[in-house]
Design a protein around this ligand. Sequence first.
Ligand code: DX5
Ligand code: ZN
Length: 224
Amino acid sequence: MTAPSVRIAPSLLSVDFGKLAEQLAMCEAGGADWLHVDVMDGVFVPNLTFGAKIIETCRKLTKLPLDVHLMVVEPEKYFDSFAKAGANVLTIHQEAAPHMHRQVSRIKELGLAAGVVINPATPVESLREVAADLDLVLIMSVNPGYGGQSFIPASVGKIARMRQLLDDTKSKAALEVDGGIARETIRDCWNAGADTFVAGNAIFSAKDPQAEISALRALCRVHA
Ligand code: DX5
Ligand code: ZN
């Protein structure tokens, strides 16, 4: 996945749940590549969201790959039920994964793509030993827990360092960024080496969410 193709992943966190079917259809029609699903347990992060039941509902409503971001302690407890519910990518936090090698192997055994995510204060180097085994690395560009926060500018340098680490280790992992992605921030992240972009507020608060997906993608294709 090192080839520079752009993936836009609208975040379910910003969806109007009263219009879930309609909004997912809109994402698909607008050319979204993945649907990003934020699972929070109120322990790892100070917020609570959804679990297997909602993943199952999304699976029925869309053909988009479901990119599940587990902001939970002991994420392995959920692997089997989320796989059964129709998740395609399971991404666990480095900070909640003391046995990361085992956890990543288990995700792959279930036939899913395995990702690891690091918080803003967690160093890039912490993934060196597992990088070659990963399908996806996610850099948090906000502190996880809420949508609509401001992008942390230091994330751009961090993306570039992670890009280098992935190249050094010959990892084919996708490099995703999550938090505060909008027209003002996406291009710097792309130029730094990210290829997959989560966006919640930017897409769902736009007057025309479909046009916003295209606009975000177009900004990655123009090198400035
Ligand atoms: C935050 C979540 C994000 C969130 C991003 O903890 O992991 O995926 O939905 O939202 P925006 O794009 O609004 O910053
Ligand atoms: Zn997320």
